[in-house]
Structure formats: C-alpha cells, structure tokens
Design a protein around this ligand. Structure first.
Ligand code: CP
Ligand code: NVA
Length: 335
C-alpha cells in the first residue's frame, strides 16, 4: 500500500456526522455489521509491510468507552493503539495543533482525538495526510452516533423513516450528532429541550438540508411530549457534560421536565427502544426503570462503539488510499 506522502488520493477525515454522505454512512454501517460477525476479517493496520501500524489516540477529556473501544478495535485490526492521556503530550500548551499534526502524520496511520473546540480538529485535519477522527468535542460526538445507529438497525431493521426523539440538553454534542446523523440515515429526528438549550440555527440548517436529501425531517421543540409521541427511538444524555461541572446544580433544575422516565416513555411507541451514550445518571436524565428495563438497548449501543469505529477506521484508510478493504469499491488506482 502507498504511504501518505505518496498517495494521490485525498485523505478523508471524520470530524462531524455530515462528513459522511448518506451512502457513505450506510457503507460504514454495513461494514460494521460485517466486522461484528467476523472481527478479524479486515486488517488495515497489520504488520505485513504495506502500511503503518500505530494509531494515535489523544484524550484531552476523560473516557471509558471511547478509550477501550478504539484500543481494542486497533488491536483487532492488526495495529498498535498509542493512548495519550490528558496532559501527557505537548499539544495545546507547549506546541500548536498544526505542528503536532505535522509530526504525527509522519509516523501514525490515523489520529483519533477527544478535545473541546471543534476548530482544533479542523486544524489537525488540515495539517494531516492521515485520517483524523473526532472522538468527541464540545459540538459533536459522531463516533457515538455510528454505534447508536448500528444498535437501532439491529433492533429495528431499516433506519430510513424511523422517528427518533432526543430529550434533555439539546444544545450539547450528543443533540447535534443525533440530529445530523439521524437525518443522514433518513430518520425523522425530534429534539426537545428548554428554551436557550436547543441546537443552533446553523446546525438546524445543515440538518434540514441533509433531511431534504434523504427524506428525513427535523423538529425542534420545547415540548417533550410533542417530541416523544409515537417515537420509535428515544434518546437522552447527561445534563452536565464534561467541562460544565460548575453549572451542575442549575442544570439539574433546568432540564427536570425532560427526563426519560416511565411517564415520558408512555408517549412513545410501545416497541420504542431507548438509547443513552453513557455514562448515565439514574434519576436525572433517565430513570433506573427505563435504562435497566426491557426497552433499553444501551449495552448493545456501548458494545457497538467497537464494531462501528473499526468499520470507520478501516473505511477511512481505504478511502484515503492507505489500505485496501475487500468488498469496498476501489478508490483511485486501487486494484
Ligand atoms: N459514550 C462515551 O463516549 O463514553 P466515554 O466518555 O466513556 O468514552
Ligand atoms: N455530552 C457528554 C457526552 C459524554 C460521552 C459530554 O460531553 O460529557
């Protein structure tokens, strides 16, 4: 396989949900299904002399699922996961993002980064000839949504045409990603939260444009029941995201009416499934009865981080001309 320096194919990155077209998102999810059934069948990072083995995984914020799923996924695909914990590298305090990217792209096959500002990820990608993956930032959590959509697909079959309601902090990274990834899959996405904590006009405009392409739709509301009525999928997230700890007491009051509890679930379809990216705070954004009950698919969702991110990494390597994944359409000069 070619090295990044010699590849004539444009490097692909995954910084936000709409970086994948509807057809590409479907292709990644299909590959995830394949990899879940045959975990070692795709080896883009294998030590066969054709490419690079190491994936740099940088955390500016804490993590359990993202860290374990990326590290496991890289190992499953023949590679070496280099985990860089908060404060361990020079990035952000002693060295710019741009210079960091220019060093990492000389050594690793992929850069995975959990950080705050989305603009940092854009700067990393602009200076990297190897794929850059957003492992959560203040505005998006697109890897999580690939896992969520995979879980819904497994439980419901087709994603197209399903109604998905998200309740709670509707201005956070998960709300934005539910909106963008959901409409990309052709879903009817309803987002409910209090005034002042709804998706920005810019995000809504992008979502509406994507929905027009796929047959999905967008509803933004302050009325939880309006969002929930007849929903096939009900999702929520913590009311206190990483970095918002000082606002905790105010936030616990602010979002009270948007809890996914038994009363809320009574509005949804009888066979609705429930998502939560975790970590969860029982008794706040979700009741113990709902998250631990029969409609919850949160453990499948968590497991699917592994399968979905393996598919994403392999797909980005293939699309960037840095590996060949059997079964995907050839890119550039690939045989
Ligand atoms: N859902 C999620 O991203 O979990 P972690 O913060 O534990 O990685
Ligand atoms: N909105 C949460 C998601 C955690 C996976 C946060 O950013 O902390």
């Amino acid at each position: 396989m070619t090295s990044p320096a010699t590849s004539s194919v444009k490097t692909r990155h995954f910084l936000k949900d709409t970086d994948l077209s509807p057809a590409e998102q479907a292709e990644v999810l299909d590959l995830a299904v394949r990899l879940k059934a045959a975990p070692y069948s795709v080896q883009p990072f294998a030590a066969d002399g054709s490419g690079r083995q190491t994936v740099a995984i940088i955390f500016d914020k804490t993590s359990t699922r993202t860290r374990v799923s990326f590290a496991t996924g890289v190992a499953d695909m023949g590679g070496n996961a280099l985990i860089i914990n908060p404060g361990e590298a020079q990035i952000g305090h002693k060295e710019s993002v741009e210079d960091t990217a220019k060093v990492l792209e000389r050594m690793v096959s992929t850069i995975v980064w959990r950080t705050g500002a989305h603009s940092g990820l854009v700067a990393m990608a602009e200076n990297s000839k190897v794929p850059v993956i957003n492992a959560l930032c203040d505005d998006y959590h697109p890897c999580q949504l690939l896992a969520d959509l995979l879980a819904v697909k497994e439980h419901k079959g087709e994603l197209q045409g399903l109604t998905m309601a998200y309740l709670g902090d509707a201005a956070n990274n998960m709300a934005n990603s539910y909106l963008l990834a959901g409409v990309t899959a052709g879903m009817h996405v309803r987002i409910a939260g209090p005034e002042g904590y709804l998706p920005s006009d810019g995000i809504v405009a992008v979502a509406q444009e994507r929905a027009a392409e796929t047959g999905g739709s967008v509803l933004i509301t302050t009325d939880a029941a309006e969002a929930l009525t007849g929903a096939d999928v009900v999702a929520t997230d913590t009311w206190v995201s990483m970095g918002q700890e000082a606002e905790k007491e105010a936030r616990l009051q602010l979002f009270r009416k948007y809890s996914v509890d038994e009363a809320a679930m009574a509005h949804a379809a009888d066979d609705a499934v429930v998502l939560h990216c975790l970590p969860a705070y029982r008794g706040y954004e979700i009741s113990a009865g709902v998250i631990d009950g029969p409609q919850s698919i949160v453990w499948d969702e968590a497991e699917n981080r592994l399968h979905a991110q393996k598919a994403l990494m392999a797909w980005l390597m293939h699309q960037s001309g840095l590996a060949v994944v059997e079964g995907l359409p050839p890119v550039g000069g690939q045989a």
